[in-house]
Design a protein around this ligand. Structure first.
Ligand code: HAM
Length: 427
């Protein structure tokens, strides 16, 4: 017998699930368009090589991949490499800054926990060609615009941000002077802090056989830096002319102008688990931090170069559909979404069906969503079903109405009834 369960971690979307998904996606798209971003798309299957970086990232270990006709292919675990590939293909001819968004299905073979599935959808907004933090500010403002639209008013979700360049500046005189390539694996290890704790992170950073190879003292210094949660403390520990600190200060000024700075915290432990980030990085969490990250992103100014292209600054975020749905459910904010039927049209008796079809066609041509009752139901059942479907009115053509050339219309909210000629033009 075939296994009739969907593979673990994948998702069937029944109508009520898909209504919720479409509701969320509509908000994603409305916000992105409101910020002047254009939607793009790419294949869900790519050459595996596009995703296989060598920094020890979880996302690479979780790749769904297969070989077919000597091609090593993979289902995309995220959108950023595909976007970069598309930018690269037109790098000379694009008007910068480029503002692109996507709403896509992604695949990761995850260990499943609350908020993590093996198939998820992500809304991405990416801004290419702008080196300054005006880009980060615009993207973080878009995240809050979305949260507000779906009822998660100010403060229910907070953004935590940091600048990877802070760590990079600090380590430049040390291990990074001779081994700049150790920086990406270093961030990947630090990203595990909340999961495995400070001691385990220190050990991994100082593992002589590991990818980073800090001295034990350096490793301890790095881990100590991660506890800083105020920008002033971070500034005190950084060089006086730190560019990373200046950028962060400017970013907070801009976020203030958007009216969202109060919901954004500096947190030196946020570095993100993806290798390509180079500058400001951020994640959003529910205020109680009970759930996993609602979204995450950052600046990745060198990704295009690593794909063999020209240097082009870029910053973006990915916002999943799973955690946000959990959060809305926890807060009792999931919307009650009706099926979206405006009218139900029914014939009482087969002889009246052609007349009912003409009524339904007329309403549909006028742009309404019409369910034409099929089969042989009694009026009581028709009204009850119509009520459940969320329709506003029922159009009934019985033998008596047909004989008089009319259709009976009942408004379901009030029970009021009226009649109209069967051949009336659209209401
Ligand atoms: P990410 O942090 O790996 O970043 O994913 C972004 C968001 O996607 C997460 O915060 C979460 O909401 C959702 N997500 C990720 N994996 C899963 C999963 N297994 N199940 C449910 N939801 C999940 C990226 O993917 C970057 N490419 C984002 C980005 C765009 N950076 C720059 N531009």
């Amino acid at each position: 017998m075939a296994d009739l369960q969907a593979p673990r971690g994948t998702r069937d979307f029944y109508p009520e699930d898909l209504r919720l998904r479409s509701w969320l996606f509509d908000h994603f798209r409305a916000v992105a368009r409101g910020f002047g971003f254009e939607e793009v798309d790419a294949p869900v299957v790519e050459h595996a090589e596009l995703f296989t970086r060598k920094a020890g990232e979880e996302i690479v270990e979780q790749l769904y991949h297969f070989t077919m006709h000597d091609r090593h292919l993979a289902l995309r675990p995220e959108m950023t490499p595909s976007i970069a590939r598309m930018v690269l293909a037109r790098a000379g001819g694009l008007r910068l800054p480029l503002r692109w968004f996507t709403v896509t299905q992604n695949w990761r073979y995850e260990r499943m926990t609350r908020g993590r599935k093996r198939e998820h959808y992500q809304w991405n907004m990416d801004l290419w060609g702008e080196p300054g933090v005006a880009a980060e500010a615009e993207l973080i403002a878009a995240i809050f615009a979305l949260l507000r639209r779906i009822g998660l008013g100010d403060g229910q979700v907070r953004v935590q941000l940091n600048n990877r360049a802070l760590l990079e500046e600090t380590l430049r005189a040390g291990v990074l002077a001779t081994r700049p390539d150790a920086f990406a694996p270093l961030c990947v290890i630090i990203d595990k802090l909340s999961k495995i704790g400070a001691d385990a992170v220190t050990q991994l950073l100082a593992d002589p056989a590991g990818a980073v190879g800090l001295s034990p003292a350096e490793a301890r210094d790095v881990v100590a830096l991660l506890g800083v949660t105020s920008l002033d403390d971070a500034a005190a520990a950084a060089p006086a002319d730190s560019r990373a600190i200046a950028d962060l200060r400017r970013l907070f000024e801009l976020l203030d102008a958007y009216g969202v700075a109060d919901y954004v915290d500096f947190d030196a432990s946020v570095v993100r688990g993806l290798a390509y980030y180079t500058g400001v990085v951020f994640e959003a969490y529910d205020a109680g931090k009970k759930l996993r990250a609602v979204c995450g992103g950052g600046r990745y100014d060198r990704l295009l170069e690593t794909l063999g292209g020209p240097s082009m600054p870029a910053v973006g975020f990915g916002f999943g559909d799973v955690v946000i749905a959990e959060l809305l459910a926890d807060q009792g904010l999931l919307p009650a979404l009706a099926r979206g039927i405006d009218d139900v049209v029914a014939a009482l008796g087969e002889a009246q069906r052609p007349a009912a079809i003409r009524v339904a066609s007329r309403l549909r041509a006028a742009g309404r969503a019409v369910e034409l009752a099929i089969g042989d139901a009694r009026p009581k059942r028709i009204f009850a079903d119509a009520d459940k479907s969320g329709a506003a009115r029922v159009w009934l053509v019985g033998p008596e109405e047909a004989a008089r050339g009319v259709v009976k219309i009942r408004e379901l909210a009030t029970g009021a009834e009226r009649e109209e000629p069967l051949d009336l033009s659209p209401p």
